[in-house]
Design a protein around this ligand. Structure first.
Ligand code: URA
Length: 210
């Protein structure tokens, strides 16, 4: 059984994350760093992909060489900030299938409501990696994973940049079978659901909307 939470403590990830967190980093700088970090996170989150072998011919001889087995993996972005994590991952795994889940919070019930859903077929046969940079309350992540499980996903991972303890606990309760990968486990949430120390609003920072 894999551990439920993996903090990717590689020095390059940690160094880049410290630059990215700083409030005066430009939109371009934020995006570049996010792409670089997501590439490194993708390397860790795919560690358990299954391998088989294929017969190849090197200039010297034939050999049975390792190659990925099974269907292409599915990357699912939780809109909109998930898209910023996706770019680096797709650079590393260009053949991945890609899906999107859009959720908003109903102002009365405060429950997440789906406004967009388009994901690859045959999720039951793919490793399915859900990406959202900020695991804060965990409400949208839990809801997105609920939907994906309803549509057949079984072999799932959740990838974020920063996690709050509250979000990790919520995910552990709701989806103990979905391992979380993050670059850092921060201290707490503030009263508005922002991660502290965090990096502010990830969507605004990557898309320059503030
Ligand atoms: N979403 C963000 O963009 N930032 C947070 O700190 C929490 C949720």
């Amino acid at each position: 059984m894999m551990q439920h939470l993996t903090v990717v403590d590689h020095p390059l990830v940690q160094h880049k994350l410290s630059i990215l967190r700083q409030k005066d980093v430009s939109t371009a700088g934020f995006r570049r760093l996010l792409r670089e970090i997501s590439l490194l996170l993708a390397y860790e989150v795919t560690r358990e992909l299954e391998l088989t072998t294929m017969r190849i011919q090197t200039p010297m001889c034939e050999m049975d060489a390792p190659t990925l087995e099974g269907k292409k993996l599915a990357l699912i972005s939780i809109l909109r900030a998930g898209n910023g994590l996706m770019d680096g991952i797709l650079e590393l795994i260009p053949g991945a299938r890609v899906g999107f889940v859009g959720l908003y919070r109903d102002p009365e019930t405060l429950k997440p409501v789906e406004y967009y859903y388009k994901v690859p077929r045959e999720l039951d046969a793919r490793m399915t990696i859900v990406v959202d940079p900020m695991l804060a309350t965990g409400n949208s992540s839990v809801a997105a994973i609920d939907m994906l499980k309803e549509r057949g996903a079984v072999n799932m991972r959740f990838l974020c940049l920063l996690a709050a303890p509250e979000g990790v606990d919520r995910m552990r309760e709701a989806h103990p079978d979905v391992p979380i990968f993050t670059a850092a486990l921060d201290e707490r949430l503030d009263d508005h659901g922002y991660i502290v120390p965090g990096l502010g609003d990830a969507g605004d920072r990557m898309f320059g909307t503030k």
